[in-house]
Design a protein around this ligand. Structure first.
Ligand code: UD1
Length: 431
């Protein structure tokens, strides 16, 4: 009897039914970058004036960040792909754990709150399934700018000592080029007194996007996108309109969807330069790539095994490691994937094996022997990008797969199944 209850509950879990042997064609449209949009929303806390951000993707992570800003008393107006934020009044500088839990990007609020109001209290975002994900570098950066920071009972409390309530420009060399730490220090330093420099800064396009918006708000940042960023502190920032860059990880996922289904597809809009390492690996494994302005056409040939090591930008992005593994599990020959960013980002392997993939994992390295065909199975993505990998594998497999873990998928992919269906896939969502 107990078993019967469990089965019926399982059946009701939200899932996608993905038909295999799919062929895609036409164009796949890319939304705005999740990781940019999230940090840009928090950057709007730096001014009392209204900020309008366009090309905002429709994602549950964006809903989560909007709720956090609303909780602080910020005015927020959303239309389909835009958001207007006015933080003329901020009632709370303390974020409640239930809003922060599950949205790591919530920690981005610490830099702007501290710079603007002189204090912030944010629960630690904690670890997640892909790795421990500490924020020690963010904290070290804030301390370098003169903040007093304590971590107690799982909460980070930051304040600026002294009467001026101003951070002080400083020179910081990051231990590792952390995206989040670079963004936190950047947002804190724009209103600091004097010049700050960040060396060993993250070079990801999302850091550059943040710097571009901050400069449009009146900040004086140079060098973002390179390893050394210089920030001349200014007295205050003003409002602006800004458009988020296209999501390079969604674009890469679409290119891989085309490759795994051996389909010719155009993916746009993209900034091709943001995908350099990914495009090189697609070429290496047998795809022809044609770049035209803001679109990329992929023409897959016979897919052959290759080796990939994840690296900070401009290297191969960890966020496309699982989706690329799905493709290489269907390649001719052997591939080796080494994960260098996160210590626990191989969880998709077990699920891929259930679909007939031949993969052996040792530590952070996976050895993949390509198989001629994957076979459909009920699978579950344990995190955002492994869920995407499950969808890709299912598109190429024999039979109909049931993909669970949609709460992960919906965090980072806007209407994924609708976009893929428009290009010829057959995916049904059961909520
Ligand atoms: C961001 C992205 C995420 C992506 C990651 C790496 C957002 C919202 N998320 O995450 O999608 O996978 O970049 O490209 O933008 N580290 C430390 N100490 C720190 C901070 C980080 O050791 O204080 C380590 C982490 O454990 C990890 C590596 O640095 O091994 C990269 O992390 P980081 O660049 O900070 O990633 P996030 O900003 O969290």
């Amino acid at each position: 009897m107990k078993n019967a209850v469990t089965v019926s509950q399982d059946f009701k879990k939200p899932h996608l039914e993905v038909s295999g042997d799919s062929r895609l064609s036409g164009e796949l449209r890319v939304s705005g970058a999740k990781n940019s949009a999230l940090v840009l929303m928090t950057a709007s806390l730096l001014t009392k004036s209204p900020i309008r951000v366009d090309n905002i993707p429709q994602l549950t992570d964006i809903d989560g960040m909007a709720n956090i800003l609303l909780e602080m008393g910020v005015k927020l107006n959303r239309s389909t792909n835009s958001i207007e934020i006015q933080a003329d009044e901020i009632h709370h500088v303390e974020l409640p754990y239930d809003l922060v839990h599950g949205l790591r990007a919530s920690f981005f609020c610490i830099g702007p709150l501290l710079a603007r109001l002189g204090k912030a209290k944010i629960p630690l975002p904690g670890g997640c399934r892909i790795g421990a994900r500490p924020v020690s570098e963010h904290i070290r950066g804030l301390k370098a700018l003169g903040a007093y920071v304590t971590v107690e009972h799982g909460v980070v409390t930051a304040s600026i000592p002294g009467p001026t309530k101003k951070l002080k420009g400083s020179h910081l060399v990051l231990d590792c080029p952390s995206v989040g730490a670079t963004e936190t220090v950047l947002m804190a330093a724009v209103l600091a007194q004097g010049r700050s420099t960040i060396e060993n800064a993250a070079q990801e396009p999302e850091v550059q996007d943040l710097a571009n918006m901050l400069n449009k708000m009146g900040a004086r940042i140079s060098g973002a996108g390179g390893p050394k960023i210089t920030i001349e502190g200014v007295e205050e920032l003003h409002g602006c309109n800004y458009k988020v860059i296209p999501d390079r990880i969604e674009a890469g996922t679409f290119l891989l969807a085309a490759a795994i289904t051996r389909s010719i597809v155009r993916v746009s809009p993209v900034i091709p330069d943001h995908l350099r390492a990914v495009l090189q690996k697609l070429r290496d494994c047998g795809c022809k790539i044609e770049i035209e302005n803001d679109s990329i056409k992929i023409i897959p040939g016979e897919i052959i095994g290759i080796d990939i090591t994840t690296q900070p930008f401009p290297g191969f992005p960890t966020d496309l490691q699982a989706p690329f593994m799905a493709l290489l599990s269907t390649a001719k020959g052997t591939s080796i994937i080494t994960e260098k960013i996160y210590e626990n980002r191989m969880q998709h392997v077990g699920e891929m094996q259930r679909m007939g993939a031949s993969i052996k994992v040792q530590g952070n390295t996976a050895v993949i022997e390509g198989v001629p065909k994957l076979s459909a199975a009920p699978v579950s993505g344990g995190d955002l990008r492994s869920s995407a990998a499950m969808v890709l594998a299912s598109l190429s497999a024999k039979g109909v797969s049931k993909v669970e873990g949609l709460h992960h998928l919906d965090r980072g992919y806007s209407a994924l199944e609708k976009k893929l269906n428009k290009a010829g896939a057959n995916i049904i969502r059961n909520n």
